[in-house]
Ligand binder design. Structure first.
Ligand code: TYC
Length: 103
């Protein structure tokens, strides 16, 4: 920090600017067996979607093969994937989820 010869204060940045952390999108993948209702419940329970939004995302996945469920820091995204896979496995459904960096 330095003070100039007028009354205004000049604050220098002496440290390197830190990039914001990379964000990761969690995607669910379509399959032929997982019930639509199960996917809608997963989107509500683990991704905080209301029922209408969850239904729209589920249908998008059903039609396009994959869809974004949410965007999170790396650790949170990894946990979401684990939660989806655990719930699907427990229910006996083949539902798959992955996370990948945004961009
Ligand atoms: N295709 C499934 C069905 O017709 C529904 C489904 C939607 C499954 C999204 C997985 O990620 C998924 N029952």
């Amino acid at each position: 920090p330095a003070v100039d010869d007028s009354d205004s204060v000049v604050l220098e940045r002496r440290t390197q600017r830190t990039e914001p952390p990379r964000m990761y999108q969690v995607l669910m993948l379509n399959d032929d067996y997982t019930p639509m209702e199960f996917v809608v419940v997963v989107l509500q329970e683990f991704f905080g979607k209301d029922r209408e939004t969850a239904t729209q995302i589920m249908l998008k996945i059903h039609l396009d093969g994959r869809g974004v469920c949410g965007v999170y820091s790396r650790d949170v995204a990894a946990t979401k994937v684990e939660q989806v896979l655990a719930a699907a496995h427990q229910a006996g459904h083949p539902l798959q989820a992955v996370s990948e960096p945004v961009e």
